[in-house]
Design a binder for this molecule. Sequence first.
Ligand code: F6P
Length: 361
Amino acid sequence: MKRLGILTSGGDCAGLNAAIRAITLRAIQQYAMEVYGIYQGTHGLMRRPVSAIKLDLSFCTGDLLRHGGTVLGTTNKGDPFAYPMLDGTVKNLSEEVIEGYRLLELDALIGIGGDGSQDILRRLAQQGGLNLVTIPKTIDDDLSHTEHSIGFMTAVDVATEALDRLQPTAASHDRVMILEVMGRDAGHIALASGIAGGADVILIPEIPYLMNTVAQKIISLREEGRNFALVVVSEAVGTESGEKAKIMDLHGKSRYGGISHYLADRLTELTGAETRFTVLGHVQRGGQPIFQDRVLASVFGVHAVDLIAQEKFDRMVTWQNRQVGDVPIKQAIEGYQAVDIHGALVKTARGLGICFGDENF
Ligand code: F6P
């Protein structure tokens, strides 16, 4: 293995640069490989000339490790198998991506992405005989076979800090504060930050809630003498009738967002409490990675390069039981890691008296 490509794909998160750095350091120092960073995921391989930069050791010094985002850029649009063309048609550009890999004369590729990106990269690898290893990243932490993906822990840290900031203003104004966090269909960010940030109510997609139960919790806090309450809600939680709050962009693509507005209105109606909501949004993805994400990204980067050197392809690196490992990519993306509603964190939250809005409260 002489020439290695790296790309980041899907939504960004904190810790991607730390992974790029670790891959580059390991590949050059241990195996004397040449390393190329490909810009904007598979888009870089579609462009002519291929959009890439040779990475050397000087690239890894200084502040790269500390920076949020990805210096290579990324995209969560433009699946090469169904690429939206300017004229409104959709085209299969997978062969162009594969040709880009050949034009760069790559021997192997490390793709850092979530389940959707890994699925696309794997299909490309199979079609074109590309030597692929993947690294899991997603603030949603929903990839199976790894306890954590890069970006999750920083996102939880940001959400926890938001609760730290909301609590004093909630207490000053006798208010109920609702914090809406990301996570797509998994409630990991809401659950972890809710525990860490002292939430009274945590609403996650994995546990159906009753509005009256949530309202009752707020009322009982007030009866106990508490003048504020903190509610954390995951963006994919629906209304009482199960409708999801979504935002439609100009291209007709929808994403989650806005359920906290609905909850604020309903809670005010039911409790009389003055209620405010904060939609945390992409703040959770940006900023400096906390140490856990830097360490995880470094561990993943080194292991991914070692797999390449051993010619073990079609594998995703993992973190389980304090050990780095790897599983077939197919296995990783076929699974899904939702919140375990009987797991330690849900039990802990219940043990602390946190309400999930369900009948077990
Ligand atoms: O998957 C990561 C994520 O941040 C989700 O938590 C969120 O729903 C979505 O991406 C937002 O996507 P976009 O960056 O397209 O707004």
